[in-house]
Design a protein around this ligand. Structure first.
Ligand SMILES: [Zn+2]
Ligand SMILES: [Zn+2]
Length: 461
């Protein structure tokens, strides 16, 4: 694991005189098939950083986690579309992702780097083997789908079709429109996204997680976790119609070799197992194997994910299933902080279509504190809010004077707004847009820790 700011991180984790339980805050590892754009910043990344800074300011022992996600086959399709080597594409975009996070004042205690970290790759395979050896996952001859023309196993970026739940176009993995679990086996009119070929069935011996057999643990997990209504609706759909079997590894041309029989780990399964091992080994660097990973995880009091709605199936359903299979208490999921898509000039930000404002470029031209406050102000947490350069420019020209103004409310009301600003950054009721509005009403001097969390500027209190 590569910590982005190892010195600062060590200090926060060691500061544990009373055995205080740990709060883990994750932001979905970004796929380096392009640079980060402002939609990513306005989604999980700045929000998770603000929440973690606020938790530390309240004295909570906090561990922040993210990483890179180079084993998405979207990286391969991007390289093919550009006529470049995939390693060249990854070198460029992983560098730009790191540059954008640094410029936005975001760092992590655990930053999984699958390409650089052989131990990470080895452990994903070992954990999958151990889960199979214990009977927590089953290996079974299973029907899969490949392209009848080019032979590609159809999964994730390699397949397109119509979502079985909502009917809208989708790739494999999850449907961006409704969040349902999608695969070449359940998409309507599935075809090869590489060559347009028609699908054909084949069989392979692959490890499967039968989520239905973890229904009791999952129900316990969900009953205690704080999640938005759309995620609860997705869970309700699967509780009613049956939780799916998820292939954990299968024969394909990209990803970590795992699961035997020439299979490679599904990239989201890799991410889930990487979180289990990466966090466990940060808490106990000597931990090896499921029992010791689960023991290390007992230090964790609550676990919070920051994610986009398109990843809800993985964080709400697949990861809790993997964690239960790995022997980690399902009650440790505190909740999910979920954003909708952010729009740019009325259309969804899109890396693949290049419809984006790239984060590293924008942050090089703008004050990072202003960018952080703006995306908190305009965050797509309740609806698909949208970025325009004109609105940003008006905010930038206004916010400094508004902060300097010091608030206009009578003292008792200002104090109430300052209290509300602080509570709005707690994980269970997280709303950084409300926190900023309350801060402006109260005057920033009344809630300096809120201002520091929002701007990412560390100054002495
Ligand atoms: Zn094909
Ligand atoms: Zn759908």
């Amino acid at each position: 694991m590569t910590a982005m700011t190892p010195q600062a991180a060590q200090a926060t984790i060691r500061d544990d005189p009373a055995g205080q339980p740990l709060v883990v805050v994750t932001a979905t590892a970004p796929t380096p098939n392009g640079p980060l754009h402002l939609g990513h910043l306005a989604g999980p990344f700045i929000a998770a950083d603000v929440a973690a800074r606020a938790a530390r300011a309240r004295g909570l022992r906090t561990l922040t986690v993210s990483g890179l996600d180079p084993h998405q086959n979207y990286v391969r399709t991007k390289a093919a579309s550009q006529g470049r080597e995939v390693t060249e594409v990854l070198d460029e975009y992983e560098g730009l992702v790191r540059r954008a996070l640094g410029a936005a004042r975001i760092s992590y205690d655990v930053f999984n780097d699958p390409r650089a970290d052989q131990d990470y790759r080895d452990r994903v395979g070992l954990v999958l083997d151990e889960l199979a050896a214990r009977g927590m996952v089953i290996t079974e001859r299973t029907a899969l789908t490949r392209c009848s023309s080019c032979g590609t196993t159809l999964h994730h970026a390699y397949v397109s079709g119509d979502c079985a739940s909502c009917g809208l176009p989708s790739s494999g993995g999850t449907c961006e429109a409704c969040g349902a679990f999608t695969s070449a086996e359940n998409l309507g009119r599935a075809s090869c996204a590489r060559c347009g070929g028609s699908p054909e069935r084949f069989t392979a011996d692959i490890p499967l997680l039968r989520l239905e057999s973890w229904r009791a643990a999952l129900t316990e997990c969900w009953s205690g976790a704080i999640m938005p209504a759309r995620v609860r609706a997705l869970i309700g759909h699967y509780l009613a119609c049956g939780l799916p079997d998820v292939p954990l590894a299968y024969p394909t041309d990209w990803g970590i070799p795992a699961g035997g029989n020439g299979n490679r780990a599904d990239v989201w399964v890799e991410m889930g197992l990487g979180l289990i091992t990466g966090i466990a080994r940060r808490l106990d660097p000597a931990a090896e194997g499921l029992d010791q990973y689960a023991a290390a995880w007992r230090q964790v009091g609550e676990w919070w994910h920051f994610l986009g709605i398109d990843n809800a199936f993985y964080f709400a359903i697949l990861f809790p299933g993997l964690f239960a299979a790995a022997g980690i208490d399902p009650g440790r999921l505190g909740g999910l902080v979920v954003n909708e898509f952010y729009q740019l000039d009325g259309l969804k930000f899109s890396t693949s279509r290049g419809h984006a404002v790239w984060a590293h470029e924008f942050l090089a031209q703008q004050d990072p504190a202003t960018v952080r406050m703006y995306v908190c102000w305009d965050r797509p947490d309740r609806f698909e809010s949208g970025f325009t350069r004109d609105a940003y420019a008006q905010f930038r020209d206004w916010i400094a004077a508004a902060l300097a103004d010091g608030g206009t409310l009578p003292p008792a009301l200002a104090a109430a707004e300052a209290r509300r600003a602080g509570h709005a950054l707690e994980l269970g009721t997280f709303d950084p847009g409300l926190a900023l509005r309350c801060l402006l009403a109260a005057g920033p001097g009344r809630a300096p820790s809120v201002l520091r969390a929002l701007t990412g500027v560390d100054t002495a209190p």
